[in-house]
Design a protein around this ligand. Structure first.
Ligand code: UD1
Length: 352
C-alpha cells in the first residue's frame, strides 16, 4: 500500500516509517520539522519531505495515490504553560482538520491517528462503597499536603485505580490533552460523514531509543535517563506511586503497522500499551539499577495538569487488531538505560 506518514522525522513517526518500509509498503514521509522539536535550522532527513499539514495545497500533492494516512505529526508534551494552547490548537487541531478535508478532495478514505491516553484525564477508580467513581480534578491544597490519590466523595478514603477501556469518558486535564480530544472528534465526525475509517491509537507512555532528551516537554523516562547520564539522581514527583503504562516505541510502531494492514469500519479508538502497569518510582528504580545509580529522590513535587494514575486495558487492541506488546517494561527500561537519545533541539515553547 501507499502510505502517507506525517511527523515522519519524530521519535514515533520515524519508527513507523521503518516498520512500514520493512513490511514492503510505499511510504511518503513528511514532517514540518518544527523548531521546537528539531531546532532552528534543521537538516531535512533523507527520504522526508518538509511539509506542514496545514498547507492544504502541498498536502493534496503528496496525497496523490495514497491508500492510508498515518497521522503522527503533533506538538507534544503535557502543556507546560497555558501560553502553549495556541500551538496545540494550531498544529494538532487545525492540522488534523486540514488533513481530513484534503483526504476528502483526494479520495483517501483511511486514517490511522496517533492519539493519546491523555484524552481520558484521570483514569478509572473504584470506591469500596460507591463502586466505580469518576474523581474531580485533584485539589492543589491536597497535593501540597502530600495527599496525591483522588478521594472517595462518600468516605474521603483514597480511591483505588482500575484499567481504563476505550469507553471511558474523555476528560482532558491539560491543553495538550484538549487538542488530542479535538483531533479525535474531528476524525470521528469525518468518519461518520464520509464513511471513511479511522483507527485512533491511544498511546500510553512511549519510550525507547532516539527518544528526545529531557526538555520540559519530554516524557519522564527521557528525563530520568538524561539525569542518570549526567550523574544526577532522577527526581520522582509526588510519592512515586503514580501508575502508568510504559510502552516501547517498537511496539507502538508494530501497532501502527497492524492498524494499517487491518482496516476497521468507522471510528475505532484503541489503547496502545504494554499491559504491565508500573509506578513512576519503579521506572526510576529500574533505570537507576541498570546504570548503577545515583539513587532516585522522591521530591513530593507535583505539576498542574498531571493525573494520578492512568492504566489501560490492552484487551480491545488485542481483539480487533491482534496487537499485543512484545516488550515488558522491566526488560525495555533496562535496555533504555543505555539506549541513544536524540539531542534536545530546543528548550523553548512551541509556536503556533
Ligand atoms: C505522557 C506525555 C504525554 C503523552 C502521554 C502518553 C509528556 C510531558 N507527557 O504523559 O504527552 O501523550 O505520556 O504517551 O510527554 N514525573 C516525575 N519526574 C519528572 C517528570 C515527571 O516524577 O522529572 C512524573 C509526573 O509527575 C507524572 C509521571 O512522571 O506523574 C509521568 O509524567 P510524563 O512522562 O510527563 O507523562 P504523562 O503525563 O503520563
Amino acid at each position: 500500500m501507499r502510505i502517507l506518514v506525517t511527523g515522519a522525522a519524530g521519535f514515533i513517526g520515524h519508527q513507523v516509517c521503518v516498520v512500514l518500509r520493512e513490511a514492503g509498503h510505499d511510504v511518503v514521509a513528511t514532517d514540518a520539522l518544527l523548531a521546537s522539536a528539531h531546532g532552528a535550522a534543521p537538516a531535512v532527513p533523507a527520504g522526508v519531505h518538509q511539509l506542514d499539514v496545514r498547507d492544504a495545497a502541498e498536502l493534496e500533492h503528496v496525497l496523490d495515490g495514497v491508500d492510508v494516512v498515518s497521522h503522527q505529526a503533533a506538538v507534544v508534551g503535557a502543556g507546560v504553560s497555558q501560553q502553549d494552547a495556541p500551538a496545540y490548537a494550531a498544529h494538532n487541531d487545525l492540522g488534523t482538520a486540514t488533513l481530513l478535508a484534503a483526504m476528502v478532495r483526494t479520495g483517501c478514505t483511511r486514517l490511522v491517528l496517533a492519539s493519546s491516553m491523555v484524552v481520558y484525564g484521570d483514569g478509572r477508580y473504584r470506591s469500596a462503597v460507591l463502586g466505580s467513581v469518576e474523581p474531580a480534578p485533584r485539589d492543589p491544597a491536597d497535593l501540597a499536603r502530600g495527599e496525591f490519590d483522588p478521594r472517595c466523595p462518600a468516605t474521603g478514603d483514597p480511591l483505588s485505580w482500575e484499567p481504563v477501556d476505550e469507553d471511558a469518558p474523555m476528560r482532558p486535564r491539560s491543553t495538550y490533552a484538549a487538542s488530542k480530544v479535538a483531533q479525535e472528534h474531528y476524525a470521528l465526525a469525518w468518519a461518520a460523514a464520509t464513511g471513511g475509517s479511522v483507527t485512533a491509537l491511544r498511546y500510553h507512555n512511549v519510550y525507547g531509543p532516539e527518544m528526545p532528551r529531557d526538555t520540559p516537554y519530554s516524557g519522564v523516562a527521557a528525563i530520568f535517563r538524561s539525569a542518570l547520564e549526567a550523574g544526577e539522581a532522577p527526581r520522582v514527583f509526588e510519592d512515586g506511586r503514580q501508575m502508568r503504562d510504559f510502552v516501547h516505541v517498537s511496539d507502538v510502531a508494530a501497532a501502527n503497522l497492524a492498524a494499517i494492514e487491518r482496516p476497521l469500519a468507522g471510528f475505532v479508538p484503541l489503547n496502545i500499551c504494554s499491559g504491565h502497569p508500573i509506578a513512576v518510582g519503579e521506572v526510576a528504580g529500574l533505570l537507576t539499577s541498570a546504570r548503577g545509580g545515583p539513587s532516585p529522590v522522591v521530591t513530593g513535587e507535583f505539576r498542574p495538569g498531571d493525573v494520578r494514575h492512568i492504566v489501560a486495558s490492552p484487551q480491545r487492541a488485542r481483539e480487533v487488531l491482534g496487537f499485543t506488546a512484545g516488550v515488558a517494561p522491566a526488560q525495555g527500561l533496562a535496555e533504555f538505560a543505555f539506549a541513544p537519545l536524540r539531542a534536545a533541539a530546543s528548550q523553548g515553547p512551541p509556536s503556533a
